[in-house]
Ligand binder design. Structure first.
Ligand code: BJW
Length: 238
């Protein structure tokens, strides 16, 4: 069945959750693979507020390197990012894309109704006031906010372990009324995102997992397809 046509006819509500796997074929490393981002780092050192307090330089360097990667000409949206942007154009207001990723590949593909629930690499914020700044270069020890007196340190606008993910009210509201919940390229290790399938099931949605391999939450989905995102996502959404 042509799902774009189905969507235009019945206007079902769709929530898509993406994880690191959707950007893997664009050259951005996932977290938990053997050659993943955390192979050379302890999670507690680079992805917790306590790690930032202990060694801010280490943490800034971790994110500086990943921010720089976004400007590598080889890193660009792939067929899966593009297919989701196309799906949004077909579904309009009935579509919400929630990403755990901190890269900018969904917006570069054309996605508009997008929530970065774990923050994004191109934003930093004042550690004291929370004011955010669009930021494309490295953050150095000297960089300070312009909102406080005395000026405060800038930190990555990233949701670390123990911190509250962003826009949760909007996400749970969308999950409570969606007809389809589709999770793409996520291992199901990290909550609350790993619990979204249960929430969507509770409200009667059809739940679909598209991933390279079965996730930790695979049994909670009503349907599953396994393969590379660039291959299975365009086929599934068209
Ligand atoms: C492909 C592919 C290809 C590869 N095609 N697929 C005990 C029980 C339950 C919860 C907790 C607990 N103890 C602590 C908690 C809470 C904690 C948590 O979940 N911990 C777990 C480790 C247990 N969570 C938190 O602290 C969160 N906050 C919170 O809970 O606040 C309270 C709250 C409660 C209730 C409601 C609301 C709030 C915050 C979590 C912050 C996560 N931050 C990170 C790092 C920062 C961002 C960054 O540096 O980039 O976000 S962790 C890291 O994991 C990152 C990711 O977004 C996240 C998810 O990873 P993801 O995307 O799934 O990547 P991988 O690598 O794991 O998987 C990739 C998948 O792709 C694999 O399956 C591959 O097969 C697949 N793949 N190639 C398709 N080509």
């Amino acid at each position: 069945m042509n799902r774009n046509k189905e969507i235009k006819m019945k206007q079902p509500k769709i929530v898509v959750l993406t994880g690191a796997g959707i950007s893997a074929e664009s050259g951005i490393r996932t977290f938990r693979a053997a050659d993943g981002l955390w192979e050379n780092h302890k999670v507690d050192d680079v992805a917790t507020p306590e790690g930032f307090l202990r060694n801010p330089t280490l943490v800034q360097n971790f994110y500086n390197e990943r921010r720089r990667k976004l400007f590598d000409p080889a890193v660009k949206p792939n067929a899966a990012h593009l297919a989701l942007a196309e799906l949004e154009r077909a579904a309009g207001d009935n579509f919400l894309l929630v990403t755990q990723n901190v890269d900018n590949l969904h917006e570069r593909a054309g996605s508009k109704n997008l929530i970065h629930m774990h923050g994004d690499l191109l934003t930093v914020r004042c550690e004291w006031s929370g004011k955010t700044y669009h930021w494309e270069r490295d953050v150095t020890e000297q960089d300070r906010c312009d909102c406080c007196s005395p000026p405060h340190r800038l930190r990555p606008h990233i949701v670390w372990f123990g911190e509250m993910p962003l826009e949760m009210d909007r996400i749970y509201a969308a999950l409570s009324e969606c007809d389809y919940f589709i999770a793409i390229g996520t291992s199901g290790n990290v909550y609350p995102a790993a619990g979204f399938v249960q929430e969507a099931n509770r409200f009667g949605a059809q739940t679909i997992e598209l991933n390279l391999e079965p996730s930790l939450t695979r049994s909670q989905f009503s349907r599953q397809r396994y393969g590379k995102a660039t291959e299975i996502v365009p086929i599934f959404v068209n």
